[in-house]
Each structure stands twice: as structure tokens, then as C-alpha cells.
Design a protein around this ligand. Structure first.
Ligand code: THU
Length: 533
């Protein structure tokens, strides 16, 4: 099944590196947010390597390039749109790894309901203090003494989906506290399946309580199998760096390393790149989000991207011929967005580079799980996700699938000239040679002069010397909608000329749910050159 030569894929997640508000950002209270758009204005922003790869060639980014930046594209680039109903780290990474979450993880702005707290009290035999969103250190100041007196546990949350338990180490030894966390984890299921239960042990005397380093996270297990599970099951190495282990509750990893900072995570990734392995190295760099995004520190964020860019300058030359690097993100956290200090619902970049990767602009693609599908296909894994991925489009030696072709048809549709009908159509034609030609409809004030997308792609290919074709993908619809768009009669006849057996595959719908018809089903008993003889 594996056709390409890829042995290792590095996925590096720049945590919260959004590239502009998603179409549904308003519904998340984040209209107009744009993480990249905000940090490029800082003098601390200096990203020559990202620019060279194609950061500013991604859909919608050109106008953000700092003055004097040349718009280059030396990698395969796309803008990804999140499908899950959420904008947090867990949901973002899970989608990237193959799970679409219909519901966001639950949050508790008014504290946890009685049903949860009562069960927790009963199971632990201890009372509960606080039970509100609270700053961790303030919780110790306000409830520490009462905790010391009564032995009741300090339970608090935040704007994230977390259940945190603080207890003094002299009263509740960390092992005991971890056990309470496991109890909470077993209670917090179904509608109350929070992202993390966190043990927060502390020490010292009132009022100078301090938290100890024995914090521990108990993450929610992924609700379905991810690319990590399937790669591991197929015998690949799956190495997590940074928060990856916690985000997936350790599932699907064959090895992992935590990191103390972005610099440490980048260092560990370089170390891993020096080892021999076959599979995936999945790195999360969290400082962008935790140290700069939430703290709304624009210059700090910009400087962190510049630091990453300098790291890229070291990493790229060290990549082996059969390595691929994918740079992406899990959500946005615009440091200039002052309505909240929360994450922002944004598009994220997907930049794919490597010796065997062709530079290609893939436009805007629905689903962060494009990453999972691409990683699995690059490595030759048997697993397929709902998303078609882009491996076949970008990787030398791979054949694009018909669903992948639709991604290009959608991209091509952006160029359609359809001022009269407002019905834009894009087409992507796969030749037997492996070459792909694009087309779009071109209308004319004399309506009859209009050329359809399919014939545009076919004639371009024919003019380039192509005569044999495997499949044609068609993406069309009124305004920005995509519907099943079947070729008109003239186009069917036109295609039949170059598919005498009617075996050309006509693909329409969208890349996630393609409809595939052999031409013979769309135009049986056609008039052909045989009819003339
Ligand atoms: N169109 C195509 O490009 N392909 C088809 O097969 C159906 C129709 C275009 C032509 C015109 O610009 C618009 O869609 C509305 O008919």
C-alpha cells in the first residue's frame, strides 16, 4: 500500500498559532481575532524560515506579511478550519489526530453541580471547599486555613475544562491526593467528562502556603481511536514531546518526553531526530499559548515565534531525505484580543515540508484531521480517516485519491469567473501520466461564450499533450456553498471523446463525502468516433 519513501514524520504544534478568525468565530465570541495578524505588527517578529516555507502564501495571509517580505512557497501549504465544537487544546489535538468532537468539553463557570460534588464527598469521605472558578494561589490564601482545620479538600476550576483538587501534603500525602483524583476521574464521565483532573499539592504554613512540584494531571482518554493508537498498533514508533502525553492520556505512544519550555521541547525534538526510528514524532510547544497568548503579550508571542523560526533554521538542514515535517496549531489565542483572555476560534496553518514534498498551495481545507489522514498515508499506515488528507497530492511517488482531487477542485474554484450566474465551479483532472490539471468556469457577457470548469481543465491538459485521463473532480455551487455538481451534457460529451470506454471517474460533492460515477453511468450510449465510421 505504501508508495512513497517516507520513514519519519515530525508534527510540530505551535500551540495557539491561529491565522485568522474562523467563519464561525462569532459564535465563539471571537469575531475578528487573528493571532498571526497581531504578532506580525510587533518588532520582535522575525520569521524568515516560516516565510520561505510559505506561511504568507497560505490562503488569506498575503496581506499580513511584514513590509518587504517576499511571498515565497517552498512547502505544501493549507489553511485548516476546525470542525469540532470547541477551541481548546484537547479538542484541537484530538481533531488533528482524527477525532471530531461534536460537543465541547464541559466547563463550570458556577462550580460543579451537587450531583458531582456529593458523589465525590461520599467516595472520598471528605468535605469540599471553594467549588468555583478560582486562581490556584488565591484558593490557598482563601481556603488553606479552613482546609488545615477541617481536612476538607479545596476543589476549584477555571475557564478551562478542569477539576482541580488542592490539599496540604502533611494532611493528604500526594499518593492519597492522586487516589482522590482517580476517584474524581471515575465520577467525571458522560456530560461531566472534563478534560483534566489536576492534583495540586501544597506545603508551608498559613498564610504562606506554596504549591509543590508534585502536581499531576489525569487527562480524559480520547473518546475514539486516534492516529496514535492506529500507528502504534501497526508497529510504528509514536513519540510524544511536551504536553502530547497528557493530551492523549498516554494512549497510543511508544515513548514520550515532557518539556519545560519551548526551547526544551525544540531541543528534545532535535535529539529525537538524531535517533533512528520509523513513525511519528509529535511535539507540542505550549509557551506560545500559556506564556504569551493568554497573558496577551504581543511582543512575547512574536519573540517566541522568532525563536521557533531560528530553531527551524537548525532543524531543516538536519532532516533526512525520508523525513517530513508538518507545522500546525490546535486553535488560536490572539494576544491583541482584549475582549477575553481565552483562546480564539481561528484557522490554523498546515505547512508540510521535506525532500519528497512538492510546494503546492492547497487552499482552505475543512478539518484539522487532514493532518492525521496525511500522516497515516505518508507513513503507509492502513488507517483512513473521514478526511482524505493530502499525502497523495504533495508527496512524490504517491497517487492522489479521488477524494484528494476534490481538495484541488475546491481550490481551483476560487479562480472561477462567474459574475453572471454566481455559480462557481472548479475542476481537477488527473491524467494517466500522474499530472494534474486545473480548471474553472469562465463566463462571458454573451452567455453562450461561457466555458465550463471541466472543459477548461480538459483543454488545458490536452494542450499540454495529455490524452488519457483517470479521474476528474468537480466542485461547484452557488456563492460559497458546495453541492454535488454534475457535469453538463456538453461536458459529458466532451469527456467521452477522451474516455472511449467510459471509465473516466467523475467525482463530485466534497472531499469528505465524495460521489463517484464512471462516465459511462452519466452518459451511456454516447455519440462517439465509432458512430462516424
Ligand atoms: N458549469 C460548469 O462549469 N460545469 C458544469 O458542468 C455545469 C455548469 C458552469 C457554467 C456556468 O458558468 C455556471 O456553471 C452556471 O451554469
Amino acid at each position: 500500500m505504501k508508495e512513497n519513501n517516507i520513514n519519519r514524520v515530525f508534527v510540530v504544534v505551535l500551540d495557539s498559532f491561529g491565522i485568522g478568525s474562523a467563519p464561525d468565530a462569532e459564535a465563539f465570541g471571537d469575531g475578528g481575532s487573528d493571532t498571526l495578524g497581531s504578532i506580525v505588527k510587533s518588532r520582535a517578529f522575525n520569521a524568515p524560515n516560516l516565510s520561505k516555507l510559505g506561511l504568507f502564501a497560505i490562503d488569506g495571509q498575503k496581506e499580513k506579511a511584514p513590509e518587504g517580505t517576499k511571498i515565497e512557497m517552498n512547502a505544501a501549504v493549507a489553511r485548516l478550519c476546525e470542525l469540532s465544537n470547541g477551541k481548546d487544546t484537547t479538542i484541537g489535538h484530538w481533531e488533528m489526530a482524527g477525532i471530531i468532537s461534536e460537543k465541547p468539553l464541559p466547563t463550570y463557570p458556577n462550580g460543579f453541580p451537587d450531583e458531582v460534588i456529593d458523589e465525590f464527598k461520599k467516595a472520598t469521605g471528605r468535605g469540599v471547599l471553594c467549588n468555583l472558578p478560582y486562581s490556584g494561589t488565591q484558593a490557598l490564601t482563601d481556603f488553606g486555613e479552613e482546609h488545615m482545620r477541617t481536612g476538607d479538600l479545596i476543589v476549584y476550576t477555571s475557564s478551562d475544562s478542569v477539576f482541580q483538587i488542592a490539599a496540604h501534603e502533611s494532611l493528604v500525602p500526594p499518593e492519597q491526593l492522586y487516589e482522590y483524583c482517580r476517584i474524581a476521574r471515575s465520577i467525571l464521565v458522560g456530560d461531566h467528562a472534563v478534560g483534566r483532573v489536576i492534583a495540586r499539592p501544597f506545603e508551608g504554613d498559613a498564610p504562606n502556603f506554596t504549591r509543590t512540584s508534585r502536581r499531576h494531571d489525569f487527562s480524559l482518554e480520547p473518546t475514539e481511536d486516534t492516529m496514535l493508537d492506529s500507528l502504534k498498533a501497526e508497529g510504528f514508533d509514536v513519540i510524544g514531546v511536551g504536553k502530547i502525553h497528557d493530551i492523549f492520556a498516554g494512549r497510543g505512544l511508544t515513548d514520550y518526553a515532557y518539556s519545560e519550555s519551548n526551547a526544551d521541547g525544540m531541543k528534545k525534538t532535535i535529539e529525537i531526530a538524531g535517533r533512528d526510528f520509523r513513525g511519528l514524532c509529535y511535539t507540542n510547544l505550549v509557551d506560545f499559548d500559556s506564556k504569551f497568548g493568554h497573558r496577551r503579550d504581543i511582543d512575547g508571542y512574536a519573540a517566541a515565534i522568532s525563536e521557533f523560526d531560528a530553531w527551524l533554521g537548525d532543524f531543516l538542514p538536519q532532516m533526512r531525505d525520508d523525513d517530513v515535517l508538518i507545522i500546525t496549531a490546535d486553535h488560536g489565542c490572539d494576544p491583541a484580543y482584549t475582549k477575553t483572555t481565552d483562546h480564539t476560534r481561528e484557522y490554523v496553518p498546515m505547512i508540510i515540508t521535506g525532500k519528497h514534498i512538492a510546494p503546492i498551495d492547497l487552499g482552505t481545507i475543512d478539518g484539522f484531521d487532514t493532518v492525521a489522514a496525511t500522516v497515516c498515508a505518508l507513513l503507509g499506515s492502513e488507517t483512513f480517516y473521514k478526511a482524505p488528507g493530502v499525502a497523495g497530492l504533495v508527496c512524490e511517488g504517491s497517487e492522489p485519491s479521488v477524494a484528494e482531487l476534490l481538495t484541488l477542485a475546491e481550490k481551483s474554484r476560487e479562480n472561477a469567473y462567474a459574475p453572471y450566474s454566481d455559480f462557481k465551479v472548479g475542476a481537477a483532472l488527473l491524467c494517466k501520466s500522474g499530472n494534474i490539471f486545473l480548471g474553472c468556469n469562465v463566463e462571458n457577457a454573451a452567455y453562450g461564450g461561457t466555458i465550463c470548469a471541466e472543459r477548461n481543465a480538459m483543454t488545458t491538459a490536452i494542450a499540454a499533450g495529455e490524452r488519457e485521463f483517470t479521474a476528474i473532480a468537480i466542485s461547484g455551487g452557488k456563492h460559497d456553498t458546495i453541492e454535488e455538481c454534475l457535469p453538463c451534457g456538453t461536458c459529458r460529451q466532451f469527456m467521452a471523446e477522451f474516455s472511449p470506454d467510459g471509465d473516466l471517474l467523475v467525482v463530485t460533492g466534497n472531499a469528505r463525502e465524495p460521489y463517484i460515477y464512471p462516465l459511462s453511468a452519466l452518459l451511456p450510449y454516447s455519440f462517439s468516433k465509432d458512430s462516424l465510421s
